[in-house]
Design a protein around this ligand. Structure first.
Ligand code: CTP
Ligand code: CA
Length: 230
């Protein structure tokens, strides 16, 4: 992409962005995780900082990505750690974007020693507890004037299309904006390009053409600027 002057239209805005995946430990050496690369969240942070925002990036596990220049980076591992870090930062933020892949469940207990297999004992069964829904909690505890943005990676299934699922998720979560990525067949996870839809709580729906994650970031910040000026 050719370098071009970016508008400084986020100057004065305090934004919090979560990125990457959480890891939920089973024992000292094993965890439940996911394939999030963190690239989209890092791109959101980089572009926001370039456009003048004060950015806190709460990063779970990511590919080896260079930290964006000029942002405050907080590293977390589990969903509960991400919840605490995002809540603390959100208390003083104008915009919060949940781009992280937060594990929905965590092992109900974490062994303090490495789990061993044994021919004398039955194989272990992993019981899972539900993690808090950080985005839904942000919406419930939202400060006056705060904008809350969610991400959703959806596939179509027998219950509906990608867009059907996304519309229902936006309503359920109560966010102002939902970025929807179509996933499956190698789309989105770890790739350089994203496409999808941008859904707003007022019913507005805009397609996001296939492009770089920086391009999608610019599109989202444009929408945030419009939303907050309306
Ligand atoms: N999210 C969150 N906390 C969770 C799970 C998800 O804050 N425990 C956020 C994600 O960061 C994302 C949005 O919620 O911005 C949607 O995540 P997604 O996994 O698509 O939604 P879920 O409500 O978990 O629904 P599903 O059963 O489809 O996974
Ligand atoms: Ca989920």
């Amino acid at each position: 992409e050719a370098p071009r002057a970016l508008p400084r239209d986020l100057t004065g805005l305090r934004v919090v962005i979560s990125a990457g995946g959480t890891r939920e430990p089973l024992d000292p050496v094993r965890y439940l995780g996911n394939r999030s690369s963190g690239k989209q969240g890092f791109a959101l942070a980089r572009v926001a900082a370039q456009r003048g925002a004060a950015v806190t990036l709460v990063a779970g596990h990511t590919d080896a990505l260079p930290p964006p220049a000029g942002v405050t980076l907080r590293r977390v591992s589990t969903a509960l750690e991400m919840q605490a870090a995002v809540r603390a930062a959100a208390a003083e933020a104008d915009v919060v974007v949940m781009a992280a892949a937060v594990a929905d469940f965590r092992p109900a207990s974490r062994a303090d020693h490495k789990i061993k297999k044994s021919d004398d004992a039955p194989d272990p069964v992993v019981t899972l507890d539900r993690n808090p829904d950080i985005l839904a909690e942000l919406v419930r505890e939202r400060r006056a004037g705060q904008t809350v943005v969610g991400f959703a990676a959806e596939t179509g299934d027998e219950h509906g299309s990608v867009l059907d699922h996304a519309r229902a998720k936006l309503r359920r979560k109560g966010a102002d904006l939902l970025v929807v990525n179509a996933v499956g067949d190698g789309k989105a996870f770890g790739t350089e390009d994203n496409s999808g839809w941008l859904l707003a709580a007022d019913g507005t729906e805009a397609p996001i053409p296939l492009g770089t994650k920086a391009r999608l970031a610019a599109t989202l910040w444009d929408a945030v600027v419009v939303l907050r000026s309306g």
